[in-house]
Design a binder for this molecule. Structure first.
Ligand code: IPM
Ligand code: MN
Length: 332
């Protein structure tokens, strides 16, 4: 069966790394019916298009979306992020942002293998806020954080289910309950309530600042981490940094009930400074492709790609050389 996948290469190194991801998926023998979409900062500069509702509607008929990176220095921050990426996450109800971090042991560091489950549709990303008296000396800017019981609970439940499938059966809630006494309280109460249904899961709470230290000094302590949208954004860049670099960090934006297609993208951005130089590591995009295949039920192919990416010999050379090396291992 062929899977219908919308491809958004996007800006900067996005199209370069997605090309490698598609090469590897093809090598794995999985049939993908590609639907290309020219969207992102460059398209916006060309004709003002960001994400028309007609395209969103078209996407509802697809099985998944595979995205490289969006954003160009010529477009002011926020326009493409909010109008394209966040619109996708919100409109398609991609409420789970799943980001796995795996690292093999080295001479002086231990191995680790943890997954961050980031709430993906609420928090400060909801866009609540505004200006008063903009550009005056007594200007006011507010930026609220939206946290609903439904939104928090469905994310926490997903994290418990995921933790339950892992051998370590360990789940950490990360927040800042000592300062964010309203949203933090809702997260903590919900977490504790759901925890009573999973007595077999070992639970823990970390303040986000402490979690930053632990993630650097003792990442092995983590199994699954569940956290809000903004903390999850920041923590997962750190997760990438302690797991071989952001060039390896993959992610899945999931609608677990499959009422709309889920979206798969590397954590890194469009990196305009290295476009066309062959320096972009396509592994994050390739691993995001593996997450996509896994979600589409192609578990064996996904595992093969994951294993190939973990082989150190694939991690040398240019963008296409890395893609070729992984594709070769996946074929044989
Ligand atoms: C990410 C990115 C996005 C986010 C940006 C580009 C809006 O940093 O996926 O982590 O903040 O969610
Ligand atoms: Mn980010």
């Amino acid at each position: 069966m062929s899977h219908k996948v919308g491809i958004i290469g996007g800006d900067g190194i996005g199209p370069e790394v997605i090309a490698e991801g598609l090469k590897v998926i093809a090598a794995s023998g999985i049939d993908i019916d590609l639907h290309n979409y020219d969207l992102g900062g460059s398209r916006y500069i060309k004709d003002g298009t960001i994400l028309p509702d007609s395209i969103l509607e078209e996407w509802r008929g697809l099985d998944a979306l595979y995205l490289g990176a969006v954003g160009t220095p010529e477009v002011p921050p926020g326009i493409i992020e909010r109008g394209l990426l966040l619109k996708m996450r919100f409109e398609l109800d991609l409420y789970i942002n799943l980001r796995p971090f795996v690292k093999e042991a080295t001479e002086d560091t231990e191995d680790h293998n943890f997954i961050v489950i980031r709430e993906n549709t609420e928090g400060t990303y909801a866009g609540e806020g505004g200006f008063l008296r903009k550009n005056t000396s007594h200007e006011v800017a507010t930026q609220g954080s939206v946290n609903t019981r439904l939104g928090v609970e469905r994310c926490i439940r997903y994290a418990f289910e995921l933790a339950n499938k892992r051998d370590d059966k360990h789940l950490t809630l990360v927040h800042k309950t000592n300062v964010l006494t309203f949203s933090g309280d809702l997260w903590e109460r919900t977490f504790n309530a759901v925890a009573t249904e999973y007595p077999q899961i070992e639970t823990e709470y970390n303040h986000v600042d402490a979690a930053c230290i632990y993630m650097v000094q003792d990442p092995k302590r983590y199994g699954v981490i569940v956290t809000d949208n903004l903390f999850g954004d920041i923590l997962t860049d750190l997760g990438g940094a302690v797991s071989g670099g952001i060039g390896l960090a993959c992610s899945a934006n999931l609608n677990p009930e499959k009422t709309a297609p889920s979206m798969f993208e590397p954590v890194h951005g469009s990196a305009p400074d290295i476009v066309g130089t062959g320096q972009a590591n396509p592994t994050a995009a390739i691993l995001s492709g593996a997450l996509m295949l896994d979600f589409l039920g192609e578990i064996e192919a996904a595992k093969k790609i994951e294993n190939a990416c973990a082989k150190p010999e694939t991690q040398k050379g240019t963008t296409t050389e890395i893609g070729d090396a992984i594709a070769k291992l996946v074929t044989t």
